[in-house]
Design a protein around this ligand. Structure first.
Ligand SMILES: CC(C)(COP(=O)(O)OP(=O)(O)OC[C@H]1O[C@@H](n2cnc3c(N)ncnc32)[C@H](O)[C@@H]1OP(=O)(O)O)[C@@H](O)C(=O)NCCC(=O)NCCS
Length: 313
């Protein structure tokens, strides 16, 4: 696949009702120019997939087959091709988030279920009584509200322990790939996801600085959130954070998207993130199954407040 094939990718994404826009296809092609493939049937381009590697871990994404060409083995053939490519790169693990339609196809290729995620959707509403994180001083520098208690706590909902952190978080200016804390952000993400995703995060942060926030405490990164615009909604995520930073970061992102449709993909085992999404008026739209082929990855779902979206983990 090349940039010239992005109209095909967009057509298939629209057909399936997916959220990706041209920027997403360009990002996939930039992340792994030799890992995006077009599937042909009888000489016509009818399918796509994008595979990309993060060190020993790979992700498979954008498995889309034209509606008129399904159930003829196109996805299976294309996936085998992409898996051969990834095996040649020497990856030890391939992961993906499967739709209900995709899961049986992946199982036949040796993928096993890891854990389910739920997509929450709705109109983002800022919390009443919680001032939006103010932009001051430097354009693009978002400083967090220094009141770190969450609105849920103020409303008396037992979402999480309400202990005041020892010291208050402070924000970073972005884009951070040149920032002294950038390496710490990537290391923090890797501790949670067990995947070195720096090249993807740099791109996401730089594409959407207005949706990106990093929190630190005592000089240590405690979490970050970013997001991206889509055809149907702004996808908030990834949001990777400890227990204190997670609620603030999700609320920061929801406030930045106030009045707009949003998606949030949350591991079902992250109960506080689920409660926060539900208390924000978002509703479950669909489910995905995170699947893995090869060595299992031990990520920490309690710190995954929102994943990067079904196509990125
Ligand atoms: C999921 C999707 C990619 C599958 O594509 P596909 O090309 O139809 O998949 P395949 O043909 O390889 O396999 C699908 C089924 O067709 C069967 N099949 C394969 N070749 C066949 C043939 N020649 N005749 C009849 N059936 C065939 C497969 O055994 C499989 O059966 P199953 O559903 O009982 O497991 C496609 O439905 C799609 O694009 N869906 C929307 C987007 C989506 O959900 N993508 C997955 C993201 S995780």
């Amino acid at each position: 696949m090349t940039v010239a094939d992005t109209p095909l990718g967009l057509k298939l994404a629209r057909q399936a009702g997916w959220n990706q826009i041209e920027t997403d296809w360009r990002r996939f092609l930039a992340l792994q120019p030799d890992g995006c493939f077009v599937g042909e049937l009888d000489g016509a381009s009818v399918a796509t997939t994008a595979a990309f590697t993060f060190g020993p871990v790979a992700w498979l994404a954008m498995v889309l087959v034209d509606i008129d060409s399904r159930r003829r083995g196109v996805a299976t053939a294309l996936l085998k091709h992409a898996l051969d490519f990834l095996d040649r790169q020497g990856v030890r693990t391939v992961r993906l988030d499967a739709t209900a339609a995709g899961q049986p196809v992946y199982e036949k290729l040796g993928f096993v279920p890891e854990y389910p995620l739920t997509r929450y959707m709705g109109t983002a509403t800022p919390w009443r009584g919680r001032p939006a994180l103010a932009s001051r001083g430097h354009p693009g520098l978002a400083l967090p509200n220094l009141d770190v208690s969450t609105p849920l706590e103020r409303q008396g909902q037992d979402v999480r322990a309400t202990e005041e952190p020892a010291s208050r978080p402070s924000a970073l200016t972005l884009p951070p790939s040149t920032h002294s804390q950038w390496d710490a952000v990537v290391a923090f993400d890797e501790r949670v996801t067990a995947t070195p995703r720096g090249k993807m995060l740099a791109r996401l942060f730089e594409e959407s600085p207005e949706l990106t926030q990093v929190l630190c405490r005592d000089g240590q990164v405690t979490g970050y959130v970013t997001g991206r615009r889509g055809a149907h909604a702004t996808l908030i995520g990834p949001c990777i954070a400890d227990d204190d930073a997670g609620p603030d970061l999700l609320q920061y992102a929801l406030a930045r998207c106030a009045g707009q449709p949003v998606f949030l993909d949350i591991p079902q085992d992250n109960a506080p993130a689920t409660a926060l999404a539900q208390a924000s008026g978002l509703t479950a739209q669909r489910h995905f199954m995170r699947m893995c082929r090869g060595e299992q990855i031990h990520d920490h779902v309690e710190s995954i407040w929102a994943s990067s979206g079904a196509e990125k983990g």
